[in-house]
Design a protein around this ligand. Structure first.
Ligand SMILES: *Cc1c(COP(=O)(O)O)cnc(C)c1O
Length: 365
């Protein structure tokens, strides 16, 4: 039996610390705003090597708030990858912009710089590179192209907590970085949560205000904002978990290295490749094979849980019908039916990795 992810198991391993901090939140009543949120914002900014961090309600809101706070020209086009969680595109569409889909590199699954350049038009206002599966995009190239065309850059870091590009943490190469603390993410809350990091104090202040009813003080509402706050209980839990994140990331990385070593000779499977610029944090370990559903079923029969990320590229989803024309020449639109995510997380032991690899090999032999 190998679980895809094991949240209760993780809780049990840090139960004493979690129970203590939750009791502290309950005793102080700092449920919305207050010391636990302020502490986590400082902790997470320091962890990501960013000057500012604003806790928000979830990773999708983080994207929407950055898009709004950047005050981009109305109705412009924003370039997003075709292979990502729908939230990346959804935030663009919800804020009244046009999502223009761009391809990924078929080895690393992050933004294809050439296709990004091809998708730029006079109406393009921004790009959202997604550090998909925990692999950071080629940020020097993204930023160079963006600067040349006057585009804002929003890094979607929802799968890339602690991931690095040439030794520097993701999130501050562009104008802002957005994070999700959905429970299954590398750093996950016990419910929804999110954050924005940025080195611009002005942008951080604007996001903080927008996310808190546009207020500058209790009843001084400067603009029509919204309610999108990270609550004190989640913030306190996240501060505790953040202390364990590097160790959990190391487990993910050694799990990935072992998968890659053990599966290297399986001809029917294409393994993920990490470009030399990235410290990959393996939110997911995604392989490609002709019939992933067959392999998925075989593994399930042996008690091994797997996932598919993502089974349908975003431009092909019903939600985007009429909003875009899916380009079937894109790798991202052709490969979605070949992806399979193997069990990955801080629960993985060498024995589990071996069990999964043996089962994959058994399926193909
Ligand atoms: C999870 C995720 C989001 C959305 O985060 P939520 O907290 O679920 O709103 C956005 N982008 C990517 C790439 C994600 O994986």
């Amino acid at each position: 039996m190998v679980k895809f992810l094991d949240l209760p198991g993780q809780y049990l391993r840090i139960k004493d610390e979690i129970d203590a901090v939750m009791a502290k939140v309950l005793a102080t009543g700092a449920f919305v705003g207050g010391t636990f949120l302020e502490q986590f914002e400082r902790d997470f900014a320091a962890y990501q090597c960013a000057e500012n961090c604003v806790g928000v309600a979830n990773g999708t809101d983080a994207l929407e708030l950055v898009i709004e706070a950047l005050q981009l020209p109305a109705k412009g086009e924003i370039i997003v990858p075709a292979n990502t969680f729908i939230a990346t595109a959804e935030a663009v569409t919800r804020m009244g912009y046009t999502a223009v889909f761009c391809d990924h590199d078929p080895r690393t699954y992050v933004i294809d710089i050439k296709d990004f350049q091809r998708k730029i038009t006079p109406n393009t206002v921004a790009v959202i590179p997604v550090h998909l599966y925990g692999h950071v995009c080629d940020m020097d190239a993204v930023v160079a192209v963006a600067q040349k065309h006057g585009l804002k850059v929003i890094e979607d870091c929802s799968q890339a907590h602690g991931a690095e590009y040439n030794g520097r943490r993701a999130g501050t190469f562009g104008d802002a970085g957005t994070f999700s603390f959905y429970p299954g993410k590398n750093l996950g809350a016990y419910g929804d949560g999110g954050a924005v990091v940025t080195n611009s104090k002005e942008l951080a202040d604007r996001i903080r205000m927008l996310a808190n009813h546009g207020r500058s003080s209790k009843f001084a509402h400067e603009s029509v904002g919204r309610n999108s706050r990270l609550d004190g209980m989640q913030a306190a839990v996240l501060s505790v978990k953040l202390k364990h994140l590097d160790s959990w990331t190391n487990t993910r990385r050694s799990t990935a290295d072992e998968y890659s070593r053990l599966l290297a000779d399986v001809a029917q499977v294409t393994l993920p490749v990490a470009a030399d610029w990235t410290k990959h944090v393996y939110h997911l370990y995604v392989i490609r094979t002709e019939n992933p559903e067959g392999l998925k079923g075989f593994l399930a029969g042996r008690g091994i849980q797997t996932g598919i990320h993502y089974p349908v590229a975003v431009p092909k989803l019903k939600a985007y019908e009429g909003l875009c024309t899916p380009d079937m020449n894109m790798n991202a639109c052709r490969m979605d039916s070949t992806l399979l995510s193997l069990p990955m997380g801080d629960h993985m032991t060498p024995a589990m990795v071996q069990e999964v690899a043996d089962a994959v090999k058994a399926y193909f032999s």
